[in-house]
Design a protein around this ligand. Structure first.
Ligand code: KG4
Ligand code: ZN
Length: 334
């Protein structure tokens, strides 16, 4: 079975082709350069860029796979959550293709696609697993019992983790997106110079909160203008301390989840899962508790068509197809 996956929920225009669960092409056009001068994604520009680039991206995915549209069995596309204008472009395109070519069509929940993305690379990941989707828009913890059966056991009460990276990067005058730029800056810094409070929730829930730490960085910058100016404290030090506090909050939550659920398979997905400090810290926890941790390669952590095609593959295997009147749902939940 050949599955075409189309992703246009935010600022990546992507199309991928899988042969069953094997990736044969995964073309990603990142719009980052178009949004960088504005310090974040501009929805109107994102939608126009998708419109402009999608055809090219799909053509490239076919070319790389050495296939034509007629060879494709199933067309899948993200229908939410995401930016309305961006979602409309990919979903309408996919539905039109499916209609014109008389192919099966599957609308995919972007969060489910992230959650299942480790299956693309790991043969040994099995249900049940604890899945953390940690991106620019979400910080959701799931107990994934089987395909299609996911229990949300925690989420953020304010900012998503990636959003906190993006906002703090802005305060530090580092380029968008903030995740990679903070992570690169942190390598040069000394995290021990500053201690930001970790984002603990007072109650025993598995929810996250990242707005407190963001405010701490803001106050720190205001209070330490002189020290920063004379180089006693550098932007790298602040980036390192912020990254440490944020990532440790995530890792500590996973430690607590394991204590409660005793599930050894842990999947961490979404843009922030590309963070190398997160990988180091998780590796330590995995060794300490003998856990099996599954984190996709960085290219499959951030938004991509391959994960949309993989979710499509699973739905097709279960014979669950979508109707062609499926509409976008910008605030779709999982
Ligand atoms: O999954 P994704 O591509 O898009 C959403 O669905 O949101 O995630 C993008 C987010 C951005 O906030 C970005 O700053 C963050 O992931 N990110 C990172 C890293 N790479 C991307 N955060 C921390 N460390 C990274 N290396
Ligand atoms: Zn995403």
């Amino acid at each position: 079975m050949y599955i075409l996956g189309i992703e246009t929920s935010c600022d990546e225009t992507s199309a991928a082709i899988l042969e069953n669960k094997k990736i044969i092409s995964n073309i990603i056009y990142s719009q980052i350069e178009k949004h960088r001068i504005f310090g974040g994604v501009v929805p109107e520009i994102a939608a126009r860029e998708h419109l402009d680039k999608l055809q090219f991206v799909v053509d490239e995915s076919l070319k790389k796979a050495n296939l034509s549209l007629n060879d494709i069995d199933v067309i899948s596309a993200t229908y939410g959550p995401g930016l309305a204008g961006s979602l409309i472009v990919g979903l309408s395109y996919a539905k039109s293709l499916a209609f014109a070519l008389n192919k099966k069509f599957i609308g995919v929940n972007h969060l489910e696609a992230h959650l299942l993305s480790p299956f693309l690379e790991y043969d040994n990941i099995k249900f049940p697993f604890i899945g953390l989707v940690v991106s620019g828009g979400h910080t959701n913890l799931y107990l994934a019992q089987e395909f299609g059966k996911y229990k949300l056991i925690g989420s953020t009460r304010d900012d998503a983790a990636g959003e906190a990276f993006d906002k703090v990067a802005k305060m530090l005058n580092l380029p968008y997106p903030g995740g990679p730029s903070i992570s690169n800056e942190a390598i040069k810094g000394d995290a021990k110079k500053i201690v930001f409070p970790q984002a603990y929730m007072k109650d025993e829930s598995f929810d996250f909160s990242f707005s407190g730490i963001k405010t701490s960085v803001l106050y720190f910058l205001q209070k330490n203008k002189v020290k920063i100016k004379n180089g006693e404290i550098t932007v790298s030090d602040i980036a390192a301390a912020f990254q440490k506090a944020t990532i440790r909050a995530i890792v500590n939550k996973i430690r607590r989840i394991y204590k409660k659920y005793r599930i050894k398979n842990i999947a961490i997905t979404g843009g922030v899962a590309a963070n190398s400090y997160l990988k180091e810290e998780i590796k330590r926890l995995a060794e300490e508790r003998n856990l099996n941790v599954f984190i996709p390669s960085p290219i499959l952590c951030t938004d991509n068509g391959a994960m949309i095609a993989y979710a499509g593959y699973e739905y097709a295997k279960h014979n669950k197809y979508s109707e062609l009147d499926l509409d976008i749902i910008p605030d779709l939940k999982l």
